[in-house]
Design a protein around this ligand. Structure first.
Ligand code: GRF
Length: 201
């Protein structure tokens, strides 16, 4: 089986990127991470990429730049690595069609909540609050395709429920959700690679 090429876009800590790096290293995932790109130079994930010997690039949006122009440049950069999949692993910018249209069916996003719930930032915090107010009983994680500009919206590839316990602190819940997303991301990418291979067979 041929190795799948992936490019990972990040904006922060990069714990999901680390899960990808570890899975690729331990042969749990047959991928080559061609590059890690961050929109901010402060992202710790860049350090993780460098440590793993993966090209780590910073591509900030200039203040003077239109959003579409930035996205088109970002697309060119990503395309130069010929990825089979583009993984948004804590990428904190909403991508426009100037980016998305270049990778139909090949952009995966990770959201630390169940489909249709808590889109946008601080999803775990908002789920925690909703639980405290008796509005939800559990939360979860999902991986979905990114067909358009919808925030944390798109065909769901995988989802998993995460338990919230009455005595949980926010940190307890964050830890449980992150652990779940690290696993679900790897499983979903492995599944997508198989699907892509079958559709090309
Ligand atoms: C994750 O919770 C991801 O689902 C969300 O942003 C967070 C990124 O975490 N979109 P990390 O940078 O991978 O540690």
């Amino acid at each position: 089986m041929k190795q799948a090429a992936i490019v990972v876009l990040i904006s922060g800590n990069g714990s999901n990127l680390q899960a990808l790096i570890d899975a690729a290293r331990n042969d749990k995932l047959n991928v080559k991470i061609q590059a890690v790109i961050s929109n901010t130079k402060e992202a710790y994930g860049l350090e993780r990429a460098r440590t793993a010997g993966i090209p780590a690039l910073v591509k900030p949006k200039l203040k003077t730049q239109e959003r579409e122009a930035y996205d088109a440049e970002l697309a060119d950069l990503v395309m130069s690595y010929h990825p089979n999949l583009v993984i948004l692993a804590g990428w904190m910018r909403i991508l426009s069609m100037a980016f998305i249209s270049h990778f139909p069916g090949r952009i995966l996003n990770l959201h630390p909540a169940l489909p249709g719930t808590f889109p946008g930032v601080e999803a775990i915090e908002r789920a925690y609050d909703a639980y405290q107010h008796g509005e939800i009983r559990c939360t979860g994680v999902m991986v979905h395709l990114v067909p358009d500009e919808g925030i944390d919206l798109g065909p769901v590839l995988a989802q998993r429920t995460v338990e919230i316990k009455p005595k949980d602190t926010l940190q307890d819940l964050q830890k449980r959700v992150h652990l779940c997303e690290h696993q679900l991301l790897i499983e979903t990418i492995a599944h997508q690679i198989l699907e892509m291979e079958e559709s090309h067979a």
